[in-house]
Ligand binder design. Structure first.
Ligand SMILES: *Cc1c(COP(=O)(O)O)cnc(C)c1O
Length: 381
């Protein structure tokens, strides 16, 4: 265990917090890091900024949006929940209608990338709807499976609370909840009355300002975060987003070649970090996952709750490249075939290969250092 009260510890803390602010596009507010996971950062966002009984507007279209609604209710919020078909995203027009009709709404909640269905929603459009109705509500965004993989702009989109965790786009083991907070949300925290203790912004600010934490932080994960941020900045965030788009598009081409449909109902919602695939009627999606794991040592995501058995998911975020995605497609083809689907082996892989060959043609080649001459070569010469 490294000394987290050491005089040089703040160097690491400031570096990591600054780097995360860059990833979030948050230069105006501040970033908090909690030992925990994305779910802990959800709770930190709510408990610091709202009061019991506050009315909030949420939409439910997948397992993660469902769980956030559940948490909000259990914490005593008065949740107006818009149910949307799974496979669609945040209903911006309906949100605008609700906000216009009810100026008492204190918070608007958006799951940017619904990991259960492979659906990405338009956060900027939600902000425009809020502004159009003159809403003064805070905007809460779950970016757990988008941040650091899909473009995210906290300041520009007016996101007041932005949530993620260490184990997805940030490429680390689980154990850190990340929360980007706007100035408006920091001000709300000073008057909000919901109970909070471990997640208190005020306690965090008092110690973070000096480069420390109010309690023991997971020091190894802070070093890991420093390494992850270094990798993201070395590749360049724009290039990271382009890579995720390219990888996802190849996976989608593969799925199309199988003749299967995505869970996401329209291209505007296609996620660049996870693809949820509808299995044929007579095939059990859970069997595809089980076979993938047991025979091919490959972890696919299963269908959760409403889409259990109907979909399986290929995750493609973080530390991966074209070849990782081709391997996933190959394993998926074998698992689908073993589970009884009429999927021609190699079809999806070939479609993705064609796309990747084309899409990588203009990328800068990876710099390869000149091989040192071996003593043997010199002797021959
Ligand atoms: C993984 C995930 C979560 C849950 O985060 P934990 O780190 O497991 O608590 C929340 N929302 C989304 C969109 C996720 O993908």
């Amino acid at each position: 265990m490294e000394d987290h009260r050491a005089p040089d510890f703040p160097d690491l803390v400031f570096e990591v917090l600054d780097g995360l602010a860059r990833v979030l596009g948050n230069q105006e507010g501040r970033v908090f890091l909690y030992p925990g996971s994305g779910t802990g950062a959800w709770e930190a966002a709510i408990s610091n900024t709202l009061n019991r009984g506050d009315r909030v507007l949420m939409a439910r279209f997948g397992q993660f949006s469902h769980l956030w609604v559940d948490m909000a209710r259990r914490l005593g919020l008065d949740v107006v929940c818009v149910d949307v078909e799974w496979g669609e995203g945040v209903p911006v027009d309906e949100f605008e209608r609700q906000l216009a009709a009810d100026p008492t709404i204190k918070g608007v909640f958006v799951v940017h990338n619904e990991t259960a269905t492979g659906v990405t929603s338009d956060v900027a459009a939600v902000r425009r709807a809020m502004d159009a109705t003159g809403s003064t509500a805070l905007l809460y965004v779950d970016g757990v499976s988008s941040i650091a993989s899909i473009d995210f702009r906290q300041d520009e989109w007016g996101v007041d609370l932005a949530v993620t965790g260490s184990q997805k786009g940030l490429m680390l083991p689980a154990g850190l909840g990340v929360l980007g907070v706007s100035q408006k949300a920091l001000a709300a925290a000073e008057t909000a009355t919901m109970e909070r203790c471990y997640f208190s912004f005020a306690d965090m600010i008092a110690t973070n300002d000096l480069g420390y934490f109010p309690y023991t932080p997971p020091v190894a994960l802070l070093h890991g975060m420093s390494a992850s941020l270094g990798r993201l900045f070395e590749e360049g965030l724009d290039e990271v987003f382009r890579r995720h788009h390219r990888l996802a598009e190849g996976v989608r081409r593969g799925v199309a070649a199988w003749g299967l449909d995505l869970c996401a109902k329209a291209p505007e919602w296609y996620s660049d970090t996870v693809t949820a695939i509808r299995v044929p009627e007579h095939v059990d999606g859970a069997a595809v996952c089980r076979i993938g794991y047991e025979r091919y040592r490959t972890s696919f995501g299963g269908g959760l709750s409403k889409v259990a058995g109907k979909v399986f998911r290929i995750g493609h975020l973080g530390d991966l490249n074209e070849v990782s995605c081709l391997a996933a497609l190959a394993a998926a083809e074998m698992s689908l075939a073993d589970a009884g689907a009429d999927v021609p082996l190699g079809a999806g892989v070939a479609a993705a290969q064609e796309y990747y060959r084309d899409a990588t043609r203009d990328l800068a080649p990876v710099a390869v250092a000149a091989a040192p001459q071996s003593p043997d070569t010199r002797r021959t010469a």
